[in-house]
Design a protein around this ligand. Structure first.
Ligand code: ADP
Length: 795
């Protein structure tokens, strides 16, 4: 149906038409539309039954019933498919079209209810019942009329499809029921909704239904409008940007800037040609350059691409320094930079000798393991100097993410190559010495295992094609000489450890430290502070005191710091003009460095019961450890205090069990555990202690407490204990013996199986301290405990 053709008869015209109710009339089922009373509509009729109905109506006062089908697509509707309320209409005009269909102009007259279908063929004929239409006029109706008009006005404003003159024509209608019909006929609604208005017989009901429908439609239209606006805004924005960009291009062209990008790309191209990258890299950069050239100026992506190209071009793809493979020079340089460390230097020289012979630096990676400040980093630096290579250092401490080593993919915002590639750029040559510091401090978490990436870096089979996520093209690391350092070996990931050759650097003795200070550290610091041998004189005795009282370490880092401190103070005095030469003596040392910071654990001054001296090894070197045991009334419990680790607690248990099993032979009352608790305490509680090597010391302290035999003050010991009283070997022997020597101990009990380590102990120390190799607890007690004088009594 064509709404625009629909028109409404004026009120007078309507009143002129005489209407008399007819009981039976032919029926024309309508598809997808409703005809309201007062509405004049053209209909195109094609179905045969409908044409028959029209023809029947024409001979019978031109009246026909129009009722809507529930579903438009049904071709032969039966009575259930057709709504039972319809409109009686008068046929105004009838026109046969050439294609056999008929166009009629009908005018709606009044509502009717279909009561019965009288026939279905050749057309539908129905019996009708009159519909009682009420049309009261009160203030409620008036309110409804106003509200309907208000909503209809809004509706026409929002709905572009309804012409504005409809509103003015509607305003002239007084009759509320008719008003509702007219408005309903102008709305663009679904058939059911229109039908619900048709089936509302009272004016009030009709207006209410209409109002509800109008409000819903307005909501929908409002939403449509918002969506439309939003879409338009977006469109406008992109159009505006496009327009501005085009304008900018034009301006840039005028200013001659448009060629800038082309010039930039050209410059990069010629740089690329000069560099002669490996084929894969070359192709990749060329591709990126093409992309860059096509990008609009100032596009954010252009910066990313430019950055990438810069990275690739800045890497030393073909830059190599020439190696100096000359053993004598290397040896001279190593000796020049470092005092002592004979074994280590020799090992490094052997390594270089192999390289000299094979003319290639391949082979296992050297891993220097030792406490801080023993010269690991500076040794690696010397190796680089000896080989005439660039040196770069990369600390792995705290690295826990694979991406830190291998980089992030370029899709990440702010992506960068990983540390290895960054280092290669920093080194500026493809064959530097790279020191991977603290590989024992690397950790693993959910972001991936950095040690796996590191394995690839270190593996000579794989590292000629090292893949960085950012770079995307392989980089050859095979010419790099990798060296690594660690403080302890047991936290180094096993597969890494397997690929490396470990060189141990233990701590320095006091004498060595004094030599290092005299030959290297002090001259270096003095020079850095503008001092000379004439202006700063430091006595040997002072160095000993600094080492013992101001530092506690295996290496010499703290010592170096204290010497720097000393030089700073001396420089100040000279600059202030108070002195020409500064002399540091043991007497005035405190003036420079303040009060001493440390006191070494020294040997006990008297033999004591229940107190034995052990030797411990920590990351910063060896130290002495007192172990105290006392008996308290109780039921044989073992109380352990002093922040002891799991392993140490277990070895205390083992010691205790062993003693209980030997109680009788040791002269201890066998039921002692029914009357006493044994309390073991290791002082300096804030420092965590662990490891099995205190086993024999704990056992000695317990036996001493139970037998009342004092422990000799000049004896210290170290060793693991078994349940059968055997003494097992321990680690860090050299450090421990150094600590014992420092503390004034005369005799050290050492597990027999550690005999091989004795050669590490410097001769001057070995001459001053007696080392006794022990195999069983009986030997330990024989050496450590003062013989029994009186009868044993416990408690
Ligand atoms: P690490 O890497 O083992 O922690 P460093 O190599 O940083 O230690 O050494 C700390 C400082 O001590 C450096 O200035 C180094 O030159 C110096 N040093 C260490 N050992 C020696 C030595 N044997 N001879 C000379 N200087 C040394």
């Amino acid at each position: 149906m064509n709404m625009e053709v629909a028109s409404l008869l004026s009120q007078e015209e309507r009143e002129r038409t005489p209407v008399s109710f007819k009981e039976t009339l032919p029926l024309l089922p309508l598809r997808g539309m409703i005809v309201f009373p007062y509405m004049v509509v053209p209909l195109d009729v094609g179905r045969e039954k409908s044409i028959n109905a029209l023809e029947a109506a024409m001979v019978n006062e031109r009246l026909i019933v129009l009722a809507a089908q529930r579903q438009a697509k049904v071709n032969e509707p039966n009575q259930d498919d057709i709504y039972s309320v319809g409109t009686v209409a008068e046929i105004k005009q009838l026109l046969k079209l050439p294609d056999g269909t008929i166009r009629v102009l009908v005018e709606g007259l009044y509502r009717v209810r279909i009561v019965e279908y009288l026939q279905f063929d050749p057309y539908y004929s129905v019996r009708l019942a009159e519909v009682e239409e009420t049309n009261e006029k009160d203030s409620e109706i008036e309110a409804l009329v106003r509200s309907t008009l208000f909503h209809f006005e809004q509706y026409t404003k929002l709905n572009k499809k309804s012409p504005p003159e409809v509103l003015s024509s509607v305003l002239t209608i007084d009759d509320p029921a008719r008003l509702a019909d007219v408005i309903a006929s102008h709305l663009n609604l679904k058939v059911e909704e229109k039908q619900s208005i048709l089936e509302a017989f009272s004016a009030k009901e009709r207006l209410e239904t209409l109002c509800g429908i109008l409000m819903k439609e307005i909501d929908i239209l409002e939403l449509e409008r918002k969506i439309h606006l939003r879409v338009r805004k977006q469109m406008e924005k992109t159009q505006k940007e496009y327009y501005l960009r085009e304008q900018m291009k034009a301006i840039q062209k005028e200013l001659g800037e448009a060629d800038e990008r082309a010039a930039e790309v050209e410059e990069l191209r010629s740089k690329l040609a000069e560099l002669k990258l490996p084929q894969e890299a070359d192709e990749k950069v060329k591709k990126e350059l093409e992309r860059l050239a096509k990008m609009p100026p100032l596009a954010a992506e252009a910066v990313v691409v430019r950055n990438y190209i810069d990275w690739v071009l800045s890497l030393p793809w073909n830059t190599l320094t020439e190696d100096r493979l000359d053993l004598q020079t290397a040896e001279a340089i190593l000796n020049e930079d470092h005092f002592g460390l004979e074994k280590v230097k020799e090992r490094i020289l052997e390594y270089l000798a192999v390289c000299q012979l094979t003319k290639e630096l391949k082979g296992p990676i050297l891993c220097l393991i030792g406490p801080p400040g023993v010269g690991k980093t500076s040794l690696a630096k010397s190796v680089a100097r000896a080989l005439n290579r660039k040196f770069v250092r990369f600390s792995l401490g705290g690295v826990r993410d694979e991406a830190e080593i291998r980089g992030h993919r370029r899709t990440y915002v702010g992506a960068m190559p990983g540390k290895i590639i960054q280092i290669m750029k920093q080194a500026g040559s493809r064959n530097p010495v790279i020191l991977l510091d603290e590989i024992d401090k690397m950790s693993t978490d959910f972001r991936g295992d950095p040690s796996a990436a590191l394995l690839e870096v270190l593996d000579p089979e794989q590292n000629s094609n090292f893949g960085d996520h950012y770079l995307e093209i392989p980089f050859d690391l095979s010419k790099v000489l990798f060296m690594t350092t660690a403080n302890v070996w047991h936290t180094i990931p096993r597969p890494l450890l397997d690929r490396m050759e470990v060189i141990n650097l233990s701590g320095y003795t006091e004498v060595e430290k004094v030599e290092i200070a005299k030959r290297h550290l002090l001259p270096k610091q003095a020079k850095d502070h503008g001092l000379s041998r004439k202006t700063l004189v430091v006595a040997d005795e002072v160095l000993h005191r600094i080492i013992n009282e101001y530092t506690r370490e295996s290496g010499v880092r703290g010592l170096e710091r204290q010497l720097a401190n000393l030089c700073r103070k001396a420089t100040k005095e000279i600059v202030q003009g108070t002195k020409r030469t500064v002399r540091v003596t043991p007497k005035n040392l405190e003036k420079f460095l303040g009060a001493p910071k440390y006191r070494y654990n020294l040997a006990e001054t008297t033999d004591q019961i229940g107190l034995a001296t052990g030797l411990a090894w920590t990351e910063v070197g060896g130290d002495m450890l007192s172990i105290e045991v006392s008996l308290v009334k109780g039921k044989g419990a073992l109380i352990l205090t002093g922040k002891l680790g799991e392993v140490m607690r277990e070895s205390a248990q083992a010691a205790f069990s062993y003693i209980r099993s030997r109680a009788k032979e040791l002269g201890i009352e066998e039921d002692f555990h029914e009357r006493y608790d044994v309390h073991i305490h290791v002082p300096e509680g804030a420092i965590p202690k662990d490891g099995p090597s205190a086993g024999i010391t704990i056992a000695t302290a317990i036996v001493s407490a139970l037998t009342n035999r004092p422990v000799r003050k000049e004896v210290a010991m170290t060793g693991e204990i078994t349940l059968r009283g055997r003494v097992l070997p321990i680690g860090g022997l050299k450090e421990k013996v150094l600590a014992a020597h420092r503390g004034g101990i005369k005799k050290v009990l050492v597990p027999k199986e550690n005999k091989k380590d004795l050669e590490d102990i410097p001769a001057n120390i070995a001459a001053e301290i007696e080392i006794v190799l022990v195999e069983s607890m009986d030997e330990v007690w024989r050496e450590a405990l003062v013989p029994k004088i009186q009868a044993v009594s416990v408690g």
